[in-house]
Design a protein around this ligand. Structure first.
Ligand code: ZN
Length: 170
C-alpha cells in the first residue's frame, strides 16, 4: 500500500464530475488500499478518489460509533455511491477537508442518509448512517460531483485562527 499525494484547492480535479467505476480490476483494488492508507496517514475520516487525483466515483471512510467511544472503527468503501434517502431533520456540524487544509466551516446537512452503491468487488451495498457518519458520507459524495464543503457552508474560518467562533455542537 502506498500513501498517495492529496491534492488541494485549486486543483481542477476537485471541481470535475467524477466518472462511474466500471472495472473492478486489480488497479481498482490497489487504488482502494492506497486510499485507505492515505486517509489514515493524513489522518482523516474520509477520502474521495478525486482527492488523490483519480476522477472516479468512489470514497473510503473510517469511523467508530459516536455513541460508544470504545467501539472499534469500521472501514467503509463505497463505489458509485448515491444518496437514496435523506432525513428531513438537519443539523449543523463543523467540517474540514484534507483538500482545503486552511479552512473549517459550519455546514447544514440531513441528520441521516441512506446510501446505495457497490462494494469493492462490485456487489450491491446499502448503508444507513446518522450523525457524523452520515455527514462524512455526504461530504465525500459531494466530492464526486466537484462540490466542496465551502460551497455550501454557512460560514468558514481559518482553521488555525485563535479567534474561531464557538462551534455549534453536532
Ligand atoms: Zn473533503
Amino acid at each position: 500500500m502506498t500513501v498517495r499525494t492529496i491534492v488541494t484547492v485549486p486543483h481542477p480535479v476537485l471541481r470535475r464530475q467524477a466518472k462511474k467505476v466500471t472495472d473492478f480490476n486489480a488497479e481498482l483494488q490497489t487504488l482502494i488500499d492506497d486510499m485507505i492508507e492515505t486517509m489514515r496517514a493524513a489522518p482523516g475520516v474520509g477520502l474521495a478518489a478525486p482527492q488523490v487525483n483519480v476522477p472516479l466515483r468512489l470514497f473510503v471512510a473510517e469511523f467508530g460509533d459516536e455513541d460508544d467511544p470504545e467501539a472499534p472503527t469500521q472501514v467503509y468503501v463505497v463505489i458509485n455511491p448515491r444518496i437514496v434517502a435523506a432525513s428531513r431533520e438537519t443539523e449543523i456540524g463543523v467540517e474540514g477537508c484534507l483538500s482545503i487544509p486552511e479552512l473549517v466551516g459550519e455546514v447544514v446537512r440531513p441528520r441521516a442518509v441512506t446510501v446505495k452503491g457497490l462494494d469493492r468487488h462490485g456487489q450491491p451495498l446499502t448503508l444507513k448512517a446518522k450523525g457524523w457518519l452520515a455527514r462524512i458520507f455526504q461530504h465525500e459524495i459531494d466530492h464526486l460531483q466537484g462540490v466542496l464543503f465551502t460551497d455550501h457552508a454557512l460560514r468558514v474560518w481559518d482553521a488555525e485562527a485563535e479567534t474561531e467562533p464557538q462551534a455549534t455542537a453536532d
